[in-house]
Each structure stands twice: as C-alpha cells, then as structure tokens.
Design a protein around this ligand. Structure first.
Ligand SMILES: [Zn+2]
Length: 285
C-alpha cells in the first residue's frame, strides 16, 4: 500500500468522446463553512500519548499514505499494530476503494477475487470501476460474458472512525499537550483495546469514535497534514482538525449508547457491453 491510488483519470474513446473518471461523491451533500486556524506543529512527548509507554516510533499524522507527515512519536504497537488494524479502512474510504471484491459470471466457474477496485464517477453521475493494480487473468472472460455479479464489503465505518479518532486525538495532544480527564481516558482505553484486539475483525467499536463529527471535501484546500479548524454547524461551532486539507474531524464526540451497523455489504449484478478500446490521456494522483 505504498503508492496512493489515482484520484482522477481522463480516457479518450474512439470517435473523439472522452470519459472523465473522478473521485467525487454520488451526492454532493450540504455545504458547510470551515475556518482554518493554524497548522498543527510537530511535538514530541517522552511517553506515547496513547498508552504511556516510551515513545520511540515516528508517527505520521494522519497516515503517510493519505498525505500525513511525521508529527510526533508514539510507541511501536500504537503506531504500527493499531495502524494496521484500523487505517486500511480509512485509506479505502479516502481513496474511494473497495478491497477484495468478488466477481462472478457464467463464463468461469466460481468467484474471482480482485485486489482492489476504485470507484469513480463521471460529471454526469455515472459510476466507473477501475481495477487497482494487476487485474485477475480471468477478468477479460468475466467481462465478456455480459453479466457480472459483484460482491463486496465497503470500508468498515467503525474502524475508519477509530483511525480518525486516533489521528484527531494525536493532533489535539500536539496542540494542547497530552489531554487529561475522563473523555481522554475513554479515548485512550478505546484505542488501546483496538490495538490489542486479536485481529482486525475483532477490533471493538468505540462510542467516542462513532460520535465524532466528520466532514469531507473532494477539493483539497491546503497541503498541510493537519490544521486546527472550526466547523460552523447550524447548532454551533465545533472545534477540531482538518486532515490533509480534506477531512475535518471534531475534537468532541456526540456519544450515543447505540452503535450503528458498520459493515456495509454490496451485492450488485452489472450488465456489461462489448469491449471498447480507450486510451488513458491523463491521470491525477
Ligand atoms: Zn502506545
């Protein structure tokens, strides 16, 4: 997962037509106003701000893959083990990707697993699926059959929000010093429980994480990895951090006792026409 998935791509088609595939939401959502205050600066503590063990490991805030920088030190398990459990879902969400989808058609026996599909949209609102990396050798035969069953699980929203909790919490510690109080204790407990889970599937969900306010823009406004910012909501101003110019995460949580369903499975049958050769004209990372 070293290289970031391309965000947009222009493909020229025979007859002069072009397809513009972009990372954009199906639904543009509401406009919200955000004020950027100041960049979050590098700050190092003796102890890991998450668990209190010696801080020995360079931590990117947010993850490097989505544009984070080395802004602090945590301990090895809080950096790498916790990261490997919760950050793949955040990366898939940010990159508009579906990991390990299953494709099935009458042309081949049994399902085939692709590594990753990128979901992109055209300005007209049509969706485009791009294979990230090498396509399965049977994909051409599957596509040629005219009808494909696609089965996939979208990024797990509970783990994605735990990753956002981790990086918003670290950004808050870099701004104000290691946070104190009951809420901070609950956040640290939740992050350590996620870190110490037996596997990614066993990561317990967190009320603090699920209660975060998260907003996203598809037009990044800055290259700074983390900026203290205020979101102006109808109910009042919410303080938090803007990560890589595109994801706002609140520093407060609207905690509810009920944890929503976080696994979102998609099952679709896709009709496929005959292949048309196109040429990729440009790619934006
Ligand atoms: Zn730690």
């Amino acid at each position: 997962m070293a290289q970031r998935a391309p965000e947009s791509m222009s493909i020229s088609m025979p007859g002069g037509a072009a397809i513009d595939a972009e990372l954009r939401p199906d639904d543009p959502g509401e406009m919200v106003e955000l004020t950027m205050i100041e960049p979050v600066r590098r700050r190092v503590f003796e102890c890991c701000p998450i668990c209190g063990d010696p801080a020995t490991s360079e931590e990117h805030v947010p993850p490097k893959r989505i544009g984070g920088k080395k802004l602090t030190l945590t301990c090895e398990p809080c950096n790498n083990r916790l990261g490997s459990y919760v950050e793949p879902d955040l990366i898939d969400w940010v990159e508009g990707a579906i990991s390990r989808p299953l494709l099935r058609s009458d042309a081949v026996q049994g399902p085939r697993k692709e590594k990753r599909l990128l979901v992109r949209n055209t300005p007209a609102g049509e969706f485009i699926l791009l294979v990230d990396g090498h396509a399965h050798p049977d994909l051409a035969a599957i596509l040629a059959s005219g009808e494909i069953d696609l089965d996939a699980v979208l990024p797990n929203w509970g783990r994605c929000k735990l990753a956002l909790l981790k990086h918003a919490y670290l950004a808050a510690c870099l701004t104000y010093g290691v946070l104190e109080g009951e809420v901070a204790d609950e956040i640290r407990r939740d992050l350590v429980s996620a870190r110490d889970a037996k596997s990614r599937q066993d990561v317990p969900m967190s009320r603090q994480a699920m209660g975060l306010t998260v907003c996203r823009t598809y037009e990044p406004t800055t290259d700074e990895p983390a900026i203290r910012a205020v979101l102006h909501e109808p109910a009042g101003a919410v303080e938090g951090v803007l990560l890589v110019g595109r994801i706002f995460v609140s520093w407060s949580s609207t905690v509810s006792e009920e944890l929503p369903q976080v696994d979102r499975r998609v099952s679709r049958t896709l009709q496929v026409g005959p292949p048309i050769p196109g040429t990729v004209m440009s790619v934006r990372p």
